[in-house]
Design a protein. Sequence first.
Length: 97
Amino acid sequence: MAAQKLSEAEVIQALATLPGWTVNDGKLYKEFKFNSFPAALGWMVTVGVHAETMGHHPEWFNVYSTVQVNLATHDIGNVISNLDVELAKKMEEVYSS
Ligand SMILES: C[C@H](O)[C@H](O)[C@H]1CNC2=NC(N)=NC(=O)C2=N1
């Protein structure tokens, strides 16, 4: 699916469906907390497989049981696109499963 830049209103609308997500430095941002390093790593692996299938990949930073995520789309100038929202939703789905 082609990446489409979202308008500010569309981003605000998307945030309403994404608990804990904010816009930080022009990217969708959330800090995920887990009970352990294996739990964090397992989530990253599952999300990573989905990201590869989508052809859309997160920026993320892991320290022990915390993963900080930034989502933006570099192909269209590092802005927030529909694919970032889709990936954020997938992250939530895996996190709550
Ligand atoms: C060719 C390849 O599909 C593109 O470079 C994809 C890969 N993953 C990507 N991930 C993100 N976050 N943004 C992109 O623009 C992007 N582009």
